[in-house]
Design a binder for this molecule. Structure first.
Ligand SMILES: NC(=O)c1ccc[n+]([C@@H]2O[C@H](COP(=O)([O-])OP(=O)(O)OC[C@H]3O[C@@H](n4cnc5c(N)ncnc54)[C@H](OP(=O)(O)O)[C@@H]3O)[C@@H](O)[C@H]2O)c1
Length: 313
């Protein structure tokens, strides 16, 4: 099978297409013939050797989400069979024609949905819903979302509106993304370099972090909360928490999927229902062949994507 690996940390140029033996499904795992592979900011960061507390041991295969068809079922797996069409977070390198997925995170793809739609909807939608449900907006509360045009952000904007949030502020690096975001229902669009991001918000969903974190925290109203779900790191100015009675809550899907199992299940049902009814729109920015993984990373590094970037093996 073909797969993409990197042997040294660096930019898109370190990604190489190689031939490899297919992996073997271990206990609790599915072996999936991939039809769509999600490209994400964490994948890009990990290729550089940063993000989530350090670099992967080299050589490494990037990737963390797939959709495709089950070709083998590992021991102790129940509820799935060869031939099932599934999508899943993988938490393991998945830029490959065959990839392993933990069965407990796998989700059947409805007959009328494509693999591309599935991979774009389920993982990013899960992150968006996990962030929103962690923040738990109360009636009338406003939400500001950084990285709002990303795969996760563009779904979070729509899901916040669908949950009845009266004021959703989309924050992005470029004004060129404004039309896209207004089209998804954002009430306001601000760019990071603006002196003011408008009225502070009750809730900030921070999908960027790093140098933007102090600014994102400053955009939280007194007594408000920030959900930190990005892989950008950063330092929380603690005095601001005290002075503004603000709360910062960290969120990882790795923990959310295990500790909040029921909510995870509810969220995936909700995502398919909303998408099926045409109420939630998945924007696909680019579909590229696996061989062009480097080009896919270039798009993310240029911060140019409006929605999801997907690889097709
Ligand atoms: N907590 C979790 O378990 C979890 C799981 C999945 C994803 N996430 C986080 O969710 C966020 C969005 O991820 P995604 O995969 O949905 O994003 P994506 O579709 O890959 O989009 C990337 C976007 O992020 C923004 N960005 C911010 N800093 C960037 C940087 N240094 N380099 C490139 N782009 C940067 C850019 O938009 P702007 O230029 O407009 O900011 C860019 O267009 C990420 O921070 C990711 O770590 C968290």
């Amino acid at each position: 099978m073909r797969r993409v690996r990197f042997h040294a940390y660096g930019g898109p140029e370190v990604l190489r297409v190689e031939e490899a033996e297919p992996p073997v499904a271990g206990p609790g795992e599915l072996l999936v013939r991939t039809e769509a592979i999600g490209v994400t900011l964490p994948c890009v960061r990990r290729t550089h050797g940063d993000g989530n507390g350090g670099g992967d041991p080299l050589p490494a295969v990037p990737g963390g989400e797939i959709a495709g068809t089950v070709v083998a079922v590992g021991p102790e797996v129940t509820g799935f069979a060869v031939g099932d069409r599934v999508t899943s977070l993988t938490f393991k390198g998945s830029y490959a024609e065959l990839a392993l997925a933990p069965a407990f995170l796998a989700d059947r793809i409805p007959d009328d949905a494509s693999a591309v739609e599935a991979v774009a909807l389920v993982r990013s939608g899960q992150v968006a819903l996990a962030a929103l449900s962690t923040a738990a907006p109360r009636d009338g509360e406003s939400v500001l979302i950084t990285g709002a045009a990303s795969a996760t952000g563009h779904l979070a904007v729509q899901l916040a509106k669908l949950q009845g949030v009266p004021r959703v502020v989309a924050a992005v690096s470029s004004a060129a993304k404004a039309e896209f975001l207004y089209g998804l229902g954002a009430d306001e669009v601000v760019t990071y370099d603006q002196d003011s991001w408008g009225e502070p918000a009750d809730i900030v969903l921070d999908g960027v972090g790093g140098e933007l974190l102090p600014r994102a925290l400053a955009a939280v109203t007194e007594g408000g909360r920030l959900i930190f779900f990005n892989s950008g790191g950063g330092t929380v100015p603690a005095y601001e928490l005290l002075a503004g009675s603000k709360t910062v809550t960290g969120l990882t899907m790795r923990r959310f999927t295990t500790v909040h199992r029921e909510r995870y299940e509810q969220h995936r049902a909700q995502l398919w229902e909303l998408a099926g009814a045409g109420r939630l729109r998945v924007a696909i920015h680019a579909e590229l062949p696996l061989e062009e993984a480097a080009k896919a990373h270039e798009i993310i590094e240029a911060r140019a994507n409006l929605g999801k970037v997907v690889l097709r093996p």
